[in-house]
Design a protein around this ligand. Sequence first.
Ligand SMILES: [Zn+2]
Length: 348
Amino acid sequence: MPHQEPHHGQPLRMRKRGEGGDEIGVMFHDLRITAPQHLPQAAPATPAETATRRLPVCHAMLAWPRTEEDPMSRIATRTIGEADVTILTDGSTDFGAALFPATRPEHITALLERQGIDKIATNFNAVLIRNGGRTVLCDAGPRNLFGPTCGFLPEAMAEAGVAPEDVDVLFATHLHPDHIAGMISAEGAAVFPRAELVVRRDEHGFWSDESQTAPLPDPIPGWAQLARAVLAAYGDRLRLIGPEDAIAPGLTALPLDGHTPGHGGWRLSSGRAQLIHGGDIIHAPALQAIDPEIGIAFDMDMDRARVTRKRLLDELATDGALFTGGHYLRPAFHVAVRDGSGYRLERP
Ligand SMILES: [Zn+2]
């Protein structure tokens, strides 16, 4: 029996604040950002507070060790040709089944049971690419907007031996808060003082046009305000590109339609080695890899996002290509292996 219920491909089928009490409402309520000065302020942490703040993440991560060698590490590094690539984990959270509105809850429960897990876990990952004397950071996590289990990008970068001023190029796969809030401080200042911010022209066009974002349901108007605050913080250090343009030497944008108007990943090529970044085609690996039909409410066009997810996973499995993305568990590199009508993510 097909598990997908009929849906109408309407963008942004999100509940408004106050509607219902399910996970979507709660999550979007949490992400209802109005302006940088209203973002949660990071109070100076005492050592005891720091220890407390770390506990939930470490505890959560122990269930999915970040590396076999060191379960508390926030990074995984691999050489791709001449490039050093490091996946950085900013933090983690769990999704409720209501975030997958076109999928029957029993189907979700069955998939989780089959894998012996009881939570829909996700991570927030950024990627550091050191290649040809340039340091590129792809995405920057949600800072502290998702609560105490996130906001650890600075720690992950320190573990990788990179300071904010070392970053030459900052690329945003799209302008959702979980990818760009970490690019500015709570006061709205650029966190990466020298970096050029690279954004796709169509993504920039949508989020910076209030006439497009203001009429849409919450949380989009608030998210757009955050996007505009990030764009303003980088001011004349902003570079707009086309869907398949160069981001940096060896790094080319890869269009992945559906999640946002200008959502995309990238392809890193160095010699014969390649790495693909699949952006946000998957948010919940335990569900959307094994069943790529499953869409998440964050997809602004769920039908197009579903087509993109299925096409990219098919290509990755066919080519045996190494890939990563915004929301895989652990900081890890994967290959997609066909498994029934879906895929299994393996670490080569
Ligand atoms: Zn995301």
